[in-house]
Design a binder for this molecule. Structure first.
Ligand code: BG6
Length: 320
């Protein structure tokens, strides 16, 4: 199902027969909503819109309602929404010459019409999916001169598990290297009641001290101040336990060696124009990523990075 959001960007929704759903926006190739079969939103999205963006968004919305497509016509797309799952590519953070987290999250993607569309029940499938595509524009090639195709397959299982598979291909020219992250804003009830299991004893690069390397000492990771870390060489499965909601997110990944953990906490939240002062309590970013070591593709080569998210009642999670 393809719809437009309130300011004219196309969104594709998948709904499972049991009532779960996912919505992906072609602006940024960003998953903007993931709901379980009880209709509960599992991803965080800020309710605050930057005041700088507001006039642009209102004008876009007005023009779109007049039947004029402003997304491609006049305005460059605005910045990615704060929340959901923005795609960070080909750079992570500000380590490089490109804009923070690379350009992919600010571009207009297209639906990949050549890819087969999976539907529930076809060939005994228990998932449905949509494929979207990003190719570089002339402008992108000026700041990052590499011809690539980035295909993202978004799938929702009958049980409501979300899977994202990115395939990046070097379509000509010379080898190139990139970083990548699924910048995943999980919705939590209270950050002080959340812990992450699976990252104990790992090394991490601390973004709060110029990526200095430390070793995690504690048991599970808990939160009582700003955290911005890249856990390197992390296991394929980790768990994020939300004690108050009695919910556990299981994060499974392939081809993505690192996990970025970020919560801006109180002071940094106040400096972010598109984030409410207290919203840090309801979110935790846990990103499956390739950050420490860049991925290099020779001409013709393809890389695949996969993320699978499930949300299960905490009482059932000892099996995972
Ligand atoms: C995190 C980074 O992944 O994203 C942080 O580790 C950064 O350093 C955060 O502040 C948010 O980035 P942005 O560009 O979306 O404000």
């Amino acid at each position: 199902e393809v719809t437009k959001d309130w300011n004219g960007a196309d969104q594709v929704a998948i709904r499972s027969p049991r009532g779960a759903s996912v919505r992906v926006c072609l602006h940024g190739g960003q998953v903007v909503s993931w709901r379980n079969d009880r209709g509960e939103e599992l991803l965080f999205t800020s309710s605050k819109v930057s005041l700088f963006q507001l006039p642009v968004l209102v004008a876009r919305s007005y023009l779109w309602q007049c039947g004029f497509d402003p997304v491609t016509a006049i305005f460059k797309p605005p910045r990615a929404t704060r929340g959901g799952i923005p795609i960070c590519f080909p750079q992570f953070g500000n380590c490089g010459t490109l804009e923070q987290h690379g350009f992919a999250r600010n571009k207009i993607w297209t639906i990949d019409e050549e890819a087969p569309r999976l539907n529930y029940g076809d060939n005994n499938n228990n998932k449905a999916s949509v494929d979207i595509l990003l190719k570089p524009s002339e402008d992108d090639l000026k700041c990052w001169p590499h011809c690539f195709e980035l295909r993202l397959r978004v799938s929702l299982s009958m049980d409501g598990d979300l899977s994202l598979i990115s395939r990046i291909r070097n379509v000509n020219g010379k080898p190139f290297s990139f970083a990548f992250a699924y910048h995943t804003y999980l919705s939590v009830s209270d950050i002080s009641e959340v812990r992450i299991e699976g990252l104990e004893t790992l090394d991490y690069l601390d973004n709060l001290s110029q990526r200095e390397r430390f070793t995690e000492q504690g048991d599970a990771i808990t939160f009582e101040e700003e955290v911005d870390r890249v856990y390197v060489g992390s296991p394929c499965v980790i768990a994020v336990l939300d004690h108050e909601k009695k919910r556990t997110f299981i994060v499974r990944k392939e081809g993505l060696p690192d996990i970025v953990v970020w919560n801006p906490w109180e002071k940094k939240s106040k400096t972010m124009v598109d984030f409410g002062d207290d919203e840090y309590k309801q979110m935790l970013c846990v990103d499956a990523a390739a950050v420490e070591r860049a991925i290099t593709l020779k001409p013709g080569e393809e890389w695949t990075g996969k993320l699978e998210l499930s949300a299960v009642p905490s009482t059932n999670c000892s099996d995972h």
